[in-house]
Design a protein around this ligand. Structure first.
Ligand SMILES: [Fe+2]
Ligand SMILES: [Fe+2]
Length: 408
């Protein structure tokens, strides 16, 4: 095959290659750089090649010209041929490290197109409620996604399931306390899985890293449900109690239709509070296995909190009025839950017993004090995160105190 340059035309020898074996690739390549109206002389020996070429030219918007003794035919490049590419707009740049690669408001009809793809005009309309960068982005999203992928752990191999502590009456009761805490944790993990999942299909895929991060976050929660369930049933015991007030508190997260507010209530306040609980279990759980689980889950949760804080900081930078809406969301939720019983008493009693480690009165007193310290740490942690979002320390203290007594 040769392409000879004879301005303003060129020639190509397709040899015996037919249209059923890929002749169009060579023709497209030969025509690609020709200006509109320039001609391509085609030599070819496949049977009926001219007939197929004529049809192909019609399809592609080129003009078919009768051949002569040297050429099967001539093809005059059409003005609109290849227009799909010539007029296509680039959907930003693939690499978000390049400044401005991620558009502030990508057109909805880019749809599922890869960021950086050449977008043929037209096509179906997509509707994304979360279509503006400020609605979903965080300065730390790429870093967090890389960390999330690198930190994925396999529940089967990362945890030493063989570990068992000695048995005895006291241990049996501690085991029931562990199962009650696990039951409560699983319920919260279900909320943490489904709440962000609601929003994934509302986010413009141009914000690739946000989708990727949330997808991994949801996979984290799925793993947390698995390990807490395995731990709860490890020694053949039953799961504990799920209360109405716990489910009421968590349902308000799933029912929140605004991504910023849901992120705030779930990730900043709820998962933030959960960090303290997981660190508490890492310190006070009776067996190394439960402590190990709490440590691994806590690492994941810290990332979930970091994205929530990072995103809201990003959105608040362009939309400071959001701060008032965040405050109102806490107040509204507090009022909605004011008639509920708050934290499952069984859960709090289980935490006291775990921190006590035995039924001796002096140990129970110490466990009770540790559980009170946990509440103080939770309150202070929330206050610190609220201050990171620009609330004054007085506002932060007030809002922290209004957070659900269910912890999440
Ligand atoms: Fe989780
Ligand atoms: Fe989480």
């Amino acid at each position: 095959m040769t392409i000879a340059e004879t301005s303003p035309s060129r020639t190509i020898n397709i040899e015996s290659l037919s249209f059923t074996s890929g002749a169009h690739l060579l023709l497209k390549r030969a025509l690609r750089d020709l200006p509109a109206g320039a001609r391509l002389g085609v030599r070819a020996s496949a049977p009926d090649f001219a007939v197929h070429l004529r049809g192909w030219c019609r399809e592609q918007g080129h003009e078919y010209l009768e051949g002569d003794d040297q050429f099967v035919a001539w093809v005059a490049r059409g003005a609109s041929a290849g227009g799909r590419w010539r007029q296509a707009e680039r959907a930003g740049l693939s690499d978000a490290k390049v400044n401005d690669a991620v558009r502030a408001v990508p057109p909805a009809d880019w749809g599922f197109a890869a960021r950086g793809a050449a977008i043929e005009a037209g096509g179906p309309s997509f509707h994304y409620a979360l279509q503006r960068k400020e609605q979903v982005w965080a300065e730390n999203v790429q870093k967090l996604y890389a960390q999330a992928v690198a930190a994925q752990w396999n529940p089967q191999t990362a945890i030493n399931w063989e570990e068992t502590s000695s048995t005895g009456a006291a241990d049996e009761e501690l085991e029931r306390a562990v199962a009650q805490v696990m039951t409560y944790l699983i319920e919260n993990e279900n909320a943490a899985l489904q709440t962000p999942a609601r929003f994934i299909a509302q986010i413009h895929p141009h914000f690739r890293e946000v989708l990727q991060l949330l997808a991994v976050q949801i996979a984290d929660e799925a793993r947390h449900v698995e390990v807490f369930t395995r731990r709860a049933t490890l020694r053949g015991g039953e799961l504990g109690l799920s209360t109405v007030s716990g489910r009421q508190s968590l349902k308000t997260l799933l029912d929140e239709p605004d991504f910023a507010l849901a992120t705030f209530l779930l990730s900043v306040l709820g998962e933030g509070t959960f960090l303290n609980l997981l660190w508490f279990l890492e310190r006070h759980a009776p067996d190394p296995l439960t402590r190990q689980i709490a440590r691994l889950v806590g690492q994941d949760e810290a990332r979930h909190v970091a994205f929530g804080v990072g995103h809201l900081q990003y959105q608040l930078a362009t939309d400071p009025a959001l701060r008032e809406r965040l405050a109102m969301a806490v107040t509204r939720r507090h009022e909605a839950l004011s008639q509920t019983a708050g934290l499952n008493e069984e859960v709090f009693d289980a935490l006291i017993l775990l921190a006590a480690g035995s039924w001796r009165p002096e140990d129970i007193a110490a466990g009770y004090a540790r559980a009170q310290t946990l509440k103080d740490e939770m309150r202070a942690g929330r206050q610190g995160r609220l201050e990171k979002l620009g609330f004054s320390s007085a506002e932060a203290a007030e809002l922290s105190a209004l957070h659900t007594r269910n912890f999440m």
